[in-house]
Ligand binder design. Structure first.
Ligand SMILES: Nc1nc2c(c(=O)[nH]1)N[C@H]1C(S)=C(S)[C@@H](COP(=O)(O)O)O[C@H]1N2
Ligand SMILES: [Mo]
Length: 432
């Protein structure tokens, strides 16, 4: 993280809005609000400083820069910003890669860093030889080439895709110590563009009994799941584009189902078949997986919607504070139920809370960036964030979540995340 050490700072006590140094969320927005509070300019950095001569005429101003490129790549100095791969030993086509949320800003995840979950690898699909079939309980079975689909009117939806198993390390007895994204980064947010599914369902003409759509992918797992027709009609799209370019192979090229706000598994990649049915197919991923035994002895299943969640991405686990002073505490919040209404932040482990600023636009089922200024006095502190969505769904404390779901859970972990800032400036994940 960047260096921030404003000493005593320019803010006064009226700007303190909660315990342990949290400041008014409007502080950074007010004209002159900073008024010397940061004063970072001209401070010596750590180690190898450029000389004044070098700054006057840097090496890269003395020769022409390199030429154009057909497809741009991140700066070489950013090569540490990567997905963290966790594939199954022996079967490396099955597993996940984690999105480095702790290294990113704003709300859109670059395509090359979108998390991945493959059950049997990324298929090498020739788009000219790929078809989408819509059949089952329909008046007219239809099939489409990718070119056919590209002729339909399209819409864009900026939304997250989150694996139902994201953050599952939170169920463990001891807090996992890893960077925020390698704990919570089975979620990413993109602008997806494609054909509203409702349009094609109308063309096929669903019969009265058609309550479910069984979606199947063209991977070597032939992954299939069932989706209620009502949701499919409401806002699902057949995505051809991801952040302006064609969907990446890892994320479903040439065609992917997007089901905004619902479990990642429903967003079938490499989509090849939609079968209208009266009943769900009872596939592996809706029976042996995604079914969870509760303390009552009942099991919950078809828990489609991803609940309200947030986490502080900076400062976060593994980062190092650069001395006492003013910092911006920032992070991401999202909910499958709709828009984020509020994010509260605590610097004293949840004793007192203050509302963070929500960066516009605040969209349904989309990452929302929150920010709040914090004066760190250099002593131990515990940072937490708590999201509330437009339906009033509030992110629970971990104890409450475990009490409700018991210890057999694996999916849908959305508890409040706590980062402990030590007096030495190091940051650890804690259950607090
Ligand atoms: N065909 C197919 N679709 C799939 C999967 C898969 O393995 N095969 N994985 C699912 C799961 S469990 C998730 S969380 C998301 C992951 O999407 P991503 O890899 O684009 O992040 O895709 C879903 N769609
Ligand atoms: Mo998933």
């Amino acid at each position: 993280m960047s260096e921030r050490d404003g000493g005593a700072g320019g803010h006064d006590d009226r700007e303190r809005v909660a315990g342990n140094g949290l400041l008014d969320r409007r502080l950074f927005l007010k004209a002159g609000g900073l008024s010397g509070a940061l004063l970072l300019a001209g401070r010596a950095g750590a180690g190898d400083e450029p000389t004044l001569l070098e700054l006057a005429r840097p090496a890269w101003m003395r020769t022409p820069g390199r030429t154009f490129s057909n497809y741009g790549q991140p700066a070489a100095h950013e090569r540490g910003v990567i997905r963290w791969i966790s594939a199954n030993a022996g079967i490396d086509s099955n597993g996940v890669s984690w999105c480095p949320l702790h290294d990113l800003e704003g709300t859109i995840v670059p395509n090359g860093l979108h998390f991945e979950r493959h059950h049997n690898g990324v298929p090498a699909i020739d788009p000219a030889r790929h078809r989408l079939l819509i059949h089952g309980l329909v008046a007219r079975p239809l099939w489409f080439t990718m070119e056919d689909l590209a002729r339909y009117p399209m819409v864009s939806r900026t939304c997250f895709v989150e694996c139902g198993g994201n953050s599952n390390a939170g169920w463990r007895q001891r807090p996992i110590q890893t960077a925020a994204g390698y704990f919570h980064g089975l979620v990413s947010c993109s602008e997806w563009t494609g054909v509203p599914l409702a349009l094609l369902l109308d063309e096929a003409g669903l019969t009265r009994d058609a309550q479910w759509l069984i979606a199947e992918g063209a991977d070597a797992f032939a992954m299939d799941v069932s989706i209620p027709v009502e949701k499919a009609r409401e806002d699902a799209i057949l995505a051809l584009y991801q952040n302006g370019e064609r969907v990446r192979p890892e994320n479903g090229y040439p065609l992917r189902l997007i089901v905004p706000g619902w479990e990642g598994v429903l967003n079938v990649k490499w989509l090849r078949r939609l079968e209208a049915s009266a009943e769900p197919v009872m596939a592996r991923n809706e029976t042996s997986r995604y079914t969870e035994l509760l303390p009552s002895g009942k099991a919950r299943m078809f828990t489609f919607v991803m609940d309200a969640k947030s986490l502080i991405t900076s400062p976060s686990a593994g980062m190092q504070m650069r001395g006492p002073g003013l910092y911006e505490v920032k992070g991401l919040a999202w909910s499958g139920h709709g828009r984020i209404r509020a994010v509260d932040v605590s610097a004293d482990g949840g004793r007192t809370w203050a509302p963070a600023a929500l960066q516009e636009p605040v969209l349904p089922a989309c990452f929302t960036r929150f920010r709040i200024p914090w004066h760190w006095d250099g002593s131990a502190a515990v940072l937490k964030s708590r999201a509330t969505d437009q339906t009033g769904n509030v992110q629970p404390e971990r104890d409450a979540l475990v009490a409700e779901r018991g210890r057999h859970g694996y999916f849908h972990y959305n508890a409040i995340v706590a980062w402990q800032v030590g007096a030495d400036g190091r940051i650890h994940h804690v259950y607090a």
